[in-house]
Ligand binder design. Sequence first.
Ligand code: FAD
Length: 425
Amino acid sequence: MTGRPAAEATTGEPAATASGQAATDATSIRAELRRWIDAHWDPELSLAQWRALLADSGWACPAWPLGWCGRSLPPALAEVVTGELAQAGVPGPAEGVGRTLAAPVLLSHGSEDLKRRFILPAVTGEITWCQLFSEPGAGSDLAGLATRAVSDGEGWLVTGQKVWSTGAATADFGLLLARTDAGVPKHRQAGVEVRPLRQMNGHASFNEVFLDRAQVPAGHVIGEPGDGWTVALSVLAHERRLAPSRPGPAPAGAAGRAWREAIAERTAAAEPHKWYPQRAGRPDLVIARAVAEGKARDPLVRQEIARLIELTWTARWTAARAAAARAQGRPPGPEGSLGKLASSAIARQAARVHSLIAGASGMLTGAGSPLDGTIAEIFLSVPAISIAGGTDEIQRTIIGERILGLPKEPDAGRDLPFRDVPRSG
Ligand SMILES: Cc1cc2nc3c(=O)[nH]c(=O)nc-3n(C[C@H](O)[C@H](O)[C@H](O)COP(=O)(O)OP(=O)(O)OC[C@H]3O[C@@H](n4cnc5c(N)ncnc54)[C@H](O)[C@@H]3O)c2cc1C
């Protein structure tokens, strides 16, 4: 492995309040955090140094365990900390697959050695990750994956192909799912070839990753060999719970080394996702577009805009219900799949309204096209929202089986040896 050296994880305990007790309510958490920021924030620290301080104090990922960048706070109080860091105008922990998927899964299933080596650098952003799950013949049916990991006595030799791997061209490590075992290979190592894919909207966010006897050290297996499916389900559960959040803009007056590095990091991290607003259909543009194009009094356009607003508001209320349930410490309910389906419905309806307003000119790109090609990009990007992170059909199956209690979908291959299971691709 040739990855940059991982910083050692710290074992810092959260600071206590003046009375010697760890704060346990929102008001005292805010006050304690503000005192800590006043004492530690120095804009001339490097971003990694600042995040290491955040991690050491447990403010970086407050819901994580003590000693692992967290304070074991309940989710509602952890959200208070996130909000307060933003309010204070200081950079938070790194975004991305490393902090949001790899580190939580390592916390639940990783060896002490893996946790010590990889959790802190995922939080500081010194090591970046991608997700190497999907294959040409295994997306919705992830269990049908064909990439093989074979033990060579010292580690694992991985052979197969991954696809749709967002950010794989630049990530340091990948969360890899392979038949019989899972591991975390370094990109550009011997036996790993990453080829960017160009999408129909012109962007190139995804990659094909070809693995030909790529070596993965024995110690890089997450969980026990043969138990990778449990770990994969844990990754997918974290992924479904993730809000599609982007870090907000840097606060006005953000200056100093830490912010310069944070802004550069955000710009680089945003590159594969810069079409994501269009993927969501841009409902925010609809009314201004109808007015500008003289369609605001068209009864058909008005009716479709009303339908879009109706979908948007019901989704917002469902999300608020989910947030309230989380704040009360209740386990995730049906809102994850419902929210995901709702975002597909909103995006499609917004694209429909944009097409009613723009007519055929909506297909144009370049100078003089509607919103400089943004409308065309909406049409070409919206289909992705019904696929990424589990397709609409799969969400409906989850709702049908796990929430409505309908009979399970038949699975002819369930009890067959893998070589005999019918597969796509
Ligand atoms: C924007 C975006 C980002 C992504 N990022 C990543 C990434 O970083 N890493 C990664 O590993 N993957 C990533 N993916 C891949 C994504 O997880 C898969 O595309 C998705 O799971 C669907 O798999 P598939 O493309 O193989 O389609 P298939 O599973 O082949 O599905 C094809 C069609 O058949 C339907 N279908 C399949 N099975 C059933 C069923 N049982 N019942 C009813 N209908 C069914 C599907 O709904 C779909 O309409 C990304 C995808 C997108 C669009």
